[in-house]
Design a protein around this ligand. Structure first.
Ligand code: GRG
Length: 295
């Protein structure tokens, strides 16, 4: 499968739907808030989580249309984490998705509120995903809340914040990666499967695939922070070293980090063995594509 073409096609569908779902730029009571939300949502981004969601739905015999609003909710929530992560009180970044970060354009207060509103929108959008014989809207909402609250995504970010300035063990770094990165990727494939009324065997396989792909995704992100450029990535690079942040790369070196990313990709591949060859093909191709990405 030509994954770059698939990414372009999925991004176009997701962006069109997000345009319909989110409040318009001039909408009351505070148009600048809506401009700020739309600025970050439509700044670009690879739309990997929506892609994983719609392709997981197809792997489980469902239709991507039924997973489209879940895909939009995931991108909305993901964008909130990026806006908040870029704030001076977090990672303090000036560049995101090739543009000045939200707070650089709209100010810190508005950036906090745009993130808050996008987080809330994610759950409003998710509540409208078509229900099926197995999963209700309540299940979708609980799923996303479970994986993005203090036990997982926000918890991972809190661990990361707490670990600043000290040497972390590999175990601690893995816990941070599981929370701040793998949890939302796991939610992406799980929600896709759930929108297609997947079996519990399929859901379990998708969880393991999402976890290992998510861990590999963060390792590649850390590697690119050392080896790539702001022009290619659309965000600042070398920040981890500059901020004296302990990463997997700084602890074990680039080569070992790449080796670990390859091992995780293999493990993610193995998790999908319960699916038929044709059903799992695209998810496997995405897995390989993300390992070898250069942005
Ligand atoms: C709750 C404040 C708060 C933050 C949550 C996810 C997160 C923690 C912070 C985002 C910053 C970051 C580097 C997280 C790791 C996940 C990751 C690699 C994000 C970048 O995802 P991409 O590469 O970004 O998919 P695009 O811009 O392509 O969507």
């Amino acid at each position: 499968m030509d994954i770059p073409s698939l990414i372009r096609a999925t991004s176009a569908l997701v962006e069109k739907r997000l345009g319909e779902l989110l409040p318009k730029e001039n909408e009351a009571p505070c148009p600048i808030l809506h401009r700020s939300m739309r600025y970050s949502i439509f700044a670009g981004g690879k739309r990997i989580r929506p892609l994983l969601c719609t392709e997981a739905a197809k792997a489980c015999g469902g239709k991507s249309e039924d997973a489209l609003d879940a895909a939009c909710a995931l991108e909305t929530l993901h964008t909130y984490t990026l806006i908040h992560d870029d704030l001076p009180c977090m990672d303090n970044d000036d560049l995101r998705r090739g543009k000045p970060t939200n707070h650089k354009v709209f100010g810190e207060g508005m950036a906090v509120l745009a993130g808050d509103a996008l987080l809330t929108e994610a759950f409003r959008i998710l509540s409208g995903v078509p229900e099926n014989s197995v999963y209700s809207a309540k299940d979708y909402v609980r799923e996303l809340a479970n994986l993005t609250g203090s036990l997982h995504l926000v918890g991972g970010q809190a661990l990361d914040l707490e670990g600043e300035g000290r040497t972390l063990s590999l175990e601690e770094i893995r816990s941070i990666h599981l929370g701040k990165t793998a949890a939302l990727i796991m939610a992406s494939v799980r929600l896709g499967g759930m929108s297609a009324a997947c079996s519990s065997l399929q859901l379990d396989a998708l969880s393991r695939y999402g976890r290992d792909l998510g861990l590999a995704f963060q390792l590649i992100d850390d590697i690119l922070d050392v080896t790539s450029s702001p022009e290619v990535l659309g965000k600042s690079i070398g920040k981890d070293v500059r901020d004296k942040k302990a990463t997997y790369c700084s602890l074990v070196g680039l080569e070992k980090a790449k080796e670990e990313a390859r091992a995780l990709t293999t493990s993610a591949r193995q998790a999908l063995e319960v699916f038929g060859e044709r059903e799992r093909e695209v998810l496997l191709d995405i897995n390989d594509y993300l390992l070898n990405r250069d942005y």
